[in-house]
Design a protein around this ligand. Structure first.
Ligand code: SAM
Length: 376
């Protein structure tokens, strides 16, 4: 699949994002939504539920095509007939009608009484300039490299080994180095997701207790920039692969914090930059197995002095309770990342402890959590 051009900074907010809702409200909404989804499922006969869920691949492909062909922008002008839409998107009117008819049934577009198609809030989330970059995520998930890994799920169940490396001959990060379009698209998707979560981190953790914060594997700097915007006295270090940091410069400049950030191209398997008193790892450990996690954390420990800190930021899974967010993500980590996994807070505490940190404060924010470790 050909990817949309990287969206650059379109729609990325310059100032700090709004204060997030309280954790109890998030948990309540998640619980209510889970209940309603289960209820909707229970209303269908079991074999219909099976058939509906089994067509997930069709949805993945259709949503990505909706994103890639820019229907969100085309329909911004107002409701259009399939024939009118087809002149913009290069499709035949019949195929366009049938495609949008199906997507209207899924709630991705609205069909009017006179048979035209109109935008809605879900479709607008696929605009190139939507700050949360759902479009990039849709394209990532439907990318050939990801889908081919998923089609090899059976051998992962047999061997416990990740499919991505078996299918593509290298791990996903090395693959991205050779496929810069896919790398940039994935980084854009992460930036969008992280912009959503960053205000929770920036307003929960007591950043006023530190002077310099390093984001290890910090991507384009979405989290670091939010933390710096909300804490004007802080300075930052952004560490990631060199090719990823090239694009980070623009985002940090756009958000007005570039002069407060040192960029450190580096592999966290070799070293982590010195000079910070807090090291954030957001959605890093879940990409790797325990051995790799200990190697990363050991490098963070080497960069720190006693009393300095690491802050793990990712979803805490509870293995006793299937979770509509964490459990599918755990499977994605197993399949695509190097035997990565979502972990429970006690598993993360053990990793932190094994690596020379005393587990400290923990914050459960509903959709994800923060765990501090203090270097001993
Ligand atoms: C899942 S993304 C998380 C990005 C960012 N922390 C966030 O949450 O938005 C994983 C990040 O790890 C980076 N990464 C992968 N291997 C790395 C390595 N050996 N050294 C440094 N960064 C690496 C990737 O480039 C990517 O930015």
């Amino acid at each position: 699949m050909q990817l949309t051009n990287e969206p650059g900074l379109a729609g990325i907010p310059q100032g700090p994002r709004p204060r997030p809702p309280p954790t109890w409200a998030i948990k309540l909404v998640l619980a209510l939504r889970g209940f309603l989804l289960r209820l909707a499922d229970a209303l269908a006969p079991p074999h219909i539920r099976v058939v509906e869920h089994a067509t997930g691949l069709a949805r993945t492909a259709a949503i990505a095509e909706l994103a890639r062909r820019g229907y969100a922008e085309v329909l911004d002008a107002g409701p259009l007939t399939a024939a009118e839409i087809a002149t913009h998107t290069g499709r035949t009117p019949d195929a366009t009608f049938r495609f949008l008819h199906a997507l209207a049934a899924l709630g991705f577009v609205r069909m009017t009484h006179d048979g035209r198609f109109a935008t809605n809030s879900t479709l607008r989330a696929l605009r190139t300039d939507h700050p949360n970059r759902a479009r990039a995520f849709a394209e990532y998930f439907a990318s050939r490299s990801n889908v081919e890994a998923w089609l090899d799920l059976g051998r992962t169940l047999d061997t416990g080994k990740n499919a991505f490396e078996r299918v593509h001959g290298k791990n996903i990060w090395d693959y991205f180095e050779e496929h810069p379009n896919e790398r940039d698209n994935f980084a854009a998707a992460m930036t969008g997701m992280t912009l959503d979560l960053a205000p929770f981190v920036a307003s929960t953790y007591p950043f006023d207790e530190v002077l310099t914060v390093c984001d290890v594997g910090g991507g384009h700097g979405a989290l670091l920039s939010e933390v710096l915007l909300r804490h004007p006295a802080l300075r930052g270090i952004l560490a990631d692969n060199a090719s990823v940091l090239d694009a980070a410069r623009a985002l940090l400049a756009h958000r007005g914090v570039a002069h407060r950030v040192r960029l450190e191209p580096s592999s966290f398997f070799t070293s982590v930059p010195e000079g910070a008193d807090l090291y954030m790892l957001k959605n890093i450990l879940h990409d790797w197995d325990d051995v790799a996690c200990r190697a990363i954390l050991a490098n963070v420990r080497r960069a720190t002095r006693p009393g300095q800190r690491v802050l793990i930021i990712e979803g805490f899974i509870d293995r006793r309770r299937p979770d509509p967010l964490r459990s599918p993500s755990d499977m994605q980590m197993m399949l695509v990342c190097a035997e990565g996994r979502e972990r429970g807070i006690d598993e993360l505490r053990a990793l932190v402890r094994d690596s020379g940190f005393q587990p400290g404060r923990a914050f459960d924010l509903g959709i994800f959590g923060l765990l501090e470790g203090v270097a001993t």
